[in-house]
Design a protein around this ligand. Structure first.
Ligand SMILES: Nc1nc2c(ncn2[C@@H]2O[C@H](COP(=O)(O)OP(=O)(O)O)[C@@H](O)[C@H]2O)c(=O)[nH]1
Ligand SMILES: [Mg+2]
Length: 229
């Protein structure tokens, strides 16, 4: 299982002097229940490593990563909010000026998906304009579940994604699946670029479904890529 992602550490960086580059800060918040893998995803994206013993987040963590697209320097400012109830007080800080909110749940614990509803409600009281994304984590564990259970979880998460008008992405920080792609999708959505990541609608594979109002009536989403086998 591999992440064959775009090369965001591209050489474009060297083609432009610092003065020629424009910098944009993209503040992104990762939100969801404790233990779903928020810190792991952030660390994997920013530092490229997965550490099982990563310490539990107290309050708010934040990390930055620069990526270069032509003469643009994009700074992802990623805020990872401790999921414990006590830290709900940190939400206003994490969500002010945030342009993308990644709602995260653990694909192997259904309750964490149910709880996204409450996280969404909370988050929206502090930030109404940020673009939402729905991410199911620990895809590596999910694929070991019985097929029927996988199907149920896929259906439920699609339902949530449609209700939130959010792209749906299944990821694994431990197996480097869709970690880079998630941030690529965020950029593409924010700047209204034509997304160059391939969607995946196949159950049993790491889903990557962009929210499309035209095809999001519940049945058509499954059809587009399954014919390719
Ligand atoms: N199998 C698996 N475990 C993961 C993955 N991501 C995180 N974990 C584990 O899940 C636990 C919680 O992760 P953490 O990032 O601290 O979650 P947080 O509380 O949401 O920040 C840790 O034991 C991680 O090692 C993943 O993609 N696959
Ligand atoms: Mg954490």
């Amino acid at each position: 299982m591999q992440d064959n992602d775009w090369s965001e550490e591209s050489n474009d960086k060297h083609l432009y002097s610092k003065e020629q580059r424009n910098n944009i800060v993209v503040k992104t918040a990762l939100i969801g229940d404790p233990f779903v893998g928020k810190t792991s995803l952030m660390v994997k994206y920013v530092e490229g490593k997965f550490d099982e013993d990563y310490i539990q987040t107290l309050g708010v963590n934040f990390m930055e990563k620069n990526i270069y697209v032509k003469n643009l320097e994009i700074t992802f400012s990623i805020w990872d909010v401790g999921g414990q109830k006590d830290f709900v007080t940190m939400l206003p800080l994490a969500l002010s000026d945030t342009v993308a909110i990644v709602f995260m749940f653990d694909l192997t614990r259904k309750i964490t998906l149910q709880n996204v509803k409450e996280w969404y409600r909370q988050a929206r009281t502090y930030n109404r304009s940020a673009l939402p994304f729905l991410v199911g984590t620990k895809f590596d564990g999910f694929v070991t579940l019985p097929k029927e259970e996988q199907i149920t979880i896929v259906e439920q998460s699609r339902k949530f994604a449609r209700a939130m008008k959010a792209p749906l992405i299944f990821s694994s920080a431990s197996h480097s699946i869709n970690v880079q792609k998630l941030f690529k999708v965020i950029l593409a959505k924010l700047f209204d670029l034509r997304v160059s990541v391939e969607e995946n609608h196949n159950i049993g594979e790491p889903l990557l479904e962009l929210y499309n109002p035209l095809t999001s009536n519940g049945t058509t989403v499954a059809s587009s890529s399954s014919s390719t086998g």
